[in-house]
Design a protein around this ligand. Structure first.
Ligand SMILES: [Zn+2]
Ligand SMILES: [Zn+2]
Length: 386
């Protein structure tokens, strides 16, 4: 099968979108297991865990794992793997299994952004079970069980630990990442601001991961002038309003914001201020509490998304869930898919020539009623819709 063919890619994207829509429409709970299995069968090239998973041998796969209230993101780039954080104590084995499902045998890098339990709780399991070439973590020790257990695994497996500094660059497959934080030292109690922040790039695309870095760390990164621009922003600190300041968000300028947070978590994450700020900038929000594991596939030019939903067991996914209420409601109402250029404010049909040329940054795929888009100030493309 020629996965690189344009035809194949188009079908692949359509199946992905259909799956998303299907999973959003059917909700993630209850019989989610069998629907998920059926969805995977229908997915063809998209099948997760099979031999054809993109990213293992070619392309990029980023999986934002649903680890409840915590963070864990797996990046597979042309056969090499890195993991950023490992959720809380209860997530280690889940992450291990997920990695094995995707065929990961070892980690080139394991980034433990900061030693809070919701980021390194499962790290001891991962560091013990998988060969890790380099572990990156801030120079901040903690007197906690999670930290001690991670240290035990590091010692037992003799893992090389680096406390990275801003500006350092590391290769992963055909991609690479630059450390963008921390750029300062912080107090012992400010673990979040110590978060190792990195900007991963592959082809034309950038992804920003900043752990739980809060306002102070964001200010310092802005002042230091480190590169922050990204198409995909892993929204810091689970969408807490103590992070993602307006100035920081402006510097990042993402098209997509992924939020890792637990269903009905005690912190009220993500906070309304943050989701509103993202929405105001037309950033497409994807949340693990609504979509379960979230996959982002890329060839370095386009981004394709898939929400797995099989970890969402409480059936909370409703019209609000998943890939935005607009898309779901629009699909039900009109069945029409459009591609918006958020820069030129034009509406295109998916097959329009301009869509292929459009910068990812400006592109937004949506199921919506035309009149709603017109109301939002968009104009139909003269070629495909004229
Ligand atoms: Zn934290
Ligand atoms: Zn956290």
């Amino acid at each position: 099968m020629n996965k690189k063919g344009i035809q194949g890619r188009t079908i692949w994207m359509r199946s992905a979108l259909f799956l998303l829509w299907l999973s959003v429409l059917t909700g993630c709970g209850g019989t989610g297991q069998s629907q998920d299995a059926a969805a995977r069968d229908a997915a063809g090239d998209l099948t997760v865990g099979g031999q054809e998973t993109p990213g293992r041998e070619d392309g990029l796969t980023v999986e934002f794992m649903d680890v409840g209230q915590g963070d864990s993101t797996l990046i597979l780039c042309e056969g090499e793997a890195m993991l950023i954080d490992a959720g809380d104590e209860s997530s280690g084995t889940t992450i291990q299994k997920e990695m094995q499902k995707l065929g990961v045998e070892d980690l080139r890098y394991f980034v433990c952004t900061h030693p809070d339990a919701d980021h390194i709780g499962g790290a001891d399991v991962i560091a013990y079970k998988f060969p890790v070439e380099t572990l990156l973590m801030p120079e901040l020790e903690r007197d906690t069980k999670a930290y001690e257990q991670l240290e035990d695994s590091i010692t037992a497996r003799d893992i090389k630990v680096i406390h990275p500094e801003a500006g350092e660059t590391y290769d992963l497959g055909g991609g690479s990442f630059t450390i963008v934080g921390p750029v300062e030292q912080y107090g012992q109690d400010d673990a979040n601001d110590w978060s190792v922040c990195l900007r991963f790039t592959y082809g034309e695309l950038g992804f920003l991961f900043c752990g739980d870095a809060e306002e102070k760390a964001e200010e310092d990164m802005l002042a230091a002038g480190v590169p922050l621009e990204a198409d995909v922003y892993h929204v810091s600190h689970h969408g807490s309003s103590s992070s993602t300041t307006e100035a920081f968000l402006q510097a990042v300028g993402p098209s997509y914001g992924v939020i890792s947070c637990g269903r009905d978590n005690d912190y009220g994450h993500p906070h309304r201020e943050v989701t509103e700020a993202l929405t105001a900038r037309q950033v497409q929000i994807y949340r693990t509490d609504q979509l379960g594991n979230i996959f982002c596939y890329s060839d370095g030019k386009a981004l394709n998304w898939k929400g797995e939903c099989d970890a969402a067991a409480d059936g909370k996914a409703d019209a609000e869930a998943g890939f935005s209420a607009d898309e779901t409601a629009g699909e039900e109402a009109s069945g029409q898919k459009y591609v918006l250029n958020t820069n030129t404010k034009k509406i295109h049909l998916p097959e329009c020539e301009s869509v292929a040329q459009m910068r990812v940054k400006n592109r937004r795929e949506i199921y919506a009623a035309l009149e709603d888009l017109l109301e939002e100030g968009y104009d139909p493309c003269g070629n495909c819709m004229g």
